[in-house]
Design a protein around this ligand. Structure first.
Ligand code: S3P
Length: 442
């Protein structure tokens, strides 16, 4: 079983010990990416949007506060607990209130998406900043295309937050993404909503398409073809209702846990299975995992499914190229699965891991090596020689939610357990993670 205490440092310390198979069913928390978009596109829309099952986490609360500060009315306001549903009264594409500072906390998606909206709002002035980790996350990747559209944006040290946005009328561009990033794509598309002329984003490899799906549902004039998406400005945006599915990136911790802890069988219900997010299922199945996916949706909007995972022996695999963006946030927990597999696993073409909430190449390799894994860092990923198990040890989350949860799952699957310092970081995407884990442990 696991236990936790407040450590001497600034984070919570938790101990995760092996306690046998995981069994039972679970609906993971709401999707973080889709929640951010519901708040932002709801605020841009011209009327009210009913949002059902918005994620109650630190990151998505930052987004709701930001849009409320910009003038979008959120009713009822989330106080201690997030209401099961609420409405956002949008202010329209060029209607946000000019503000001093917008605090994004730890939310990289908010930091990268919101400037796309604000940069095109003539006469507004905003300064966006966040916590210490946000100040290390590159935003030049959004400033560059926005400036090409005519935006006036200052970033710090050419690359990082805080950023200052002076709203101006923008013009459409055709932009080929230099990095496979759904955040950059989304930022440019949001800017395109109020720009003069069409805006096209070309992506060399597919990234998550929640922005496109939601904008289309809102009635935006959007054209999609493989690798290409165009926004024609001027359409009236009315989102009406968004129901946020469960987050496959949160489910991923239990998908891997149930695969590697002998005797486990876990059902994950009502989980989002947008094909731009399901890389983890394809990768684990290729490694030998026993994962059944039963579709539950009616074919409209974001697809959902019931996912059943039964523990099975795994073998190593190679993960690279177009598969990387489809599993970008799951690569840390897939690296853990690789430690429990037989043989070699290589993750390549994944330099982007260095620009996440922590340097997820260095931090994942350091953590897993500390637990006894045979693993080496590479410039674009990592190489693991699976040994069928891990000894255990201790890890600092580095304030990164996915590292905290990786440590927890490593602990329950290990021989001796894992101590995680900074477990509270999990609240960024999964506040009830420890309770859900304890429940599946019986
Ligand atoms: C996200 C896109 C990805 C992902 C992040 C959420 C999004 O980032 O890692 O957790 O919601 O668009 P990049 O766009 O930087 O790849």
């Amino acid at each position: 079983m696991s236990g936790h205490e407040i450590g001497l440092d600034d984070g919570e310390r938790a101990v995760f010990r092996p306690a046998g198979p995981l069994t039972g069913s679970l609906v993971p928390p709401a999707d973080k990416s889709i929640s951010h978009r519901a708040a932002i596109i709801g605020a841009i829309a011209d009327g009210p949007t009913l949002v059902v099952n918005y994620l109650d986490s630190d990151d998505t609360r930052s987004t709701l506060s930001a849009v409320a500060g910009l003038g979008a009315m959120v009713n009822p306001e989330p106080l201690n607990a997030m209401p099961e549903q609420f409405t956002i009264e949008g202010v329209g594409p060029t209607g946000p209130r000019s503000l001093g500072r917008i605090d994004v906390g730890n939310a990289g998606t908010l930091m990268r998406l919101l400037p796309g909206w604000l940069a095109g709002c003539d006469g507004g002035l905003w300064r966006m900043d966040g916590d210490a980790s946000i100040r290390k996350r590159p935003v030049d990747r959004v400033a560059i295309p926005l400036r090409e559209m005519g935006a006036e944006i200052e970033v710090t040290g050419e690359r990082f937050p805080p950023i200052r946005i002076d709203g101006h009328r923008l013009h459409g561009i055709t932009y080929e993404l230099p990095v496979a990033s759904a955040q950059v794509k989304s930022c440019v598309l949001l800017a395109g909503l109020s720009a003069e002329g069409p805006t096209t984003v070309i992506e060399p490899v597919a990234t998550r398409d929640h922005t496109e799906v939601m904008l289309a549902a809102a009635g935006a004039d959007i054209e999609r073809s493989p690798g290409r998406v165009t926004i024609n400005p001027g359409a009236q945006l009315e989102l009406d209702e968004v129901e946020v599915p469960a987050d496959i990136s949160s489910a991923a911790f239990f998908i891997v846990a149930a695969s590697i802890v002998e005797g486990s069988r876990v059902v994950i219900d009502r989980c989002g299975v947008n094909p731009t997010r399901t890389g983890i299922i394809d990768i684990l199945r290729r490694m030998g995992a026993d994962i059944e996916v039963e579709p539950l949706s009616d074919g409209k909007g974001e697809p959902i499914a019931r996912i059943t995972i039964t523990a099975a022996p795994l073998t190593g695999t190679r993960i690279e190229g177009a598969e990387i963006p489809l599993a970008i946030d799951e690569l840390p927990i897939i690296a853990l699965a690789a430690c429990f597999a037989e043989g070699e696993t290589v993750i390549a073409d994944a330099e982007e891991l260095k620009a996440k909430e922590s340097d997820r190449i260095a931090v994942v390799v350091g953590a897993l090596a500390g637990f006894g894994a045979n693993i080496e860092a590479r410039d674009d990923g990592m190489r693991v020689i699976g040994t069928g198990g891990l000894r255990g040890g201790s890890v600092d989350s580095h304030g990164d939610h996915r590292i905290a949860m990786l440590g927890a799952i490593a602990g329950i699957a290990s021989q001796e357990g894992v101590t995680v310092d900074g477990m509270d970081a999990a609240a960024v995407s999964y506040p009830n993670f420890q309770q859900d884990l304890a429940r599946l442990q019986g």
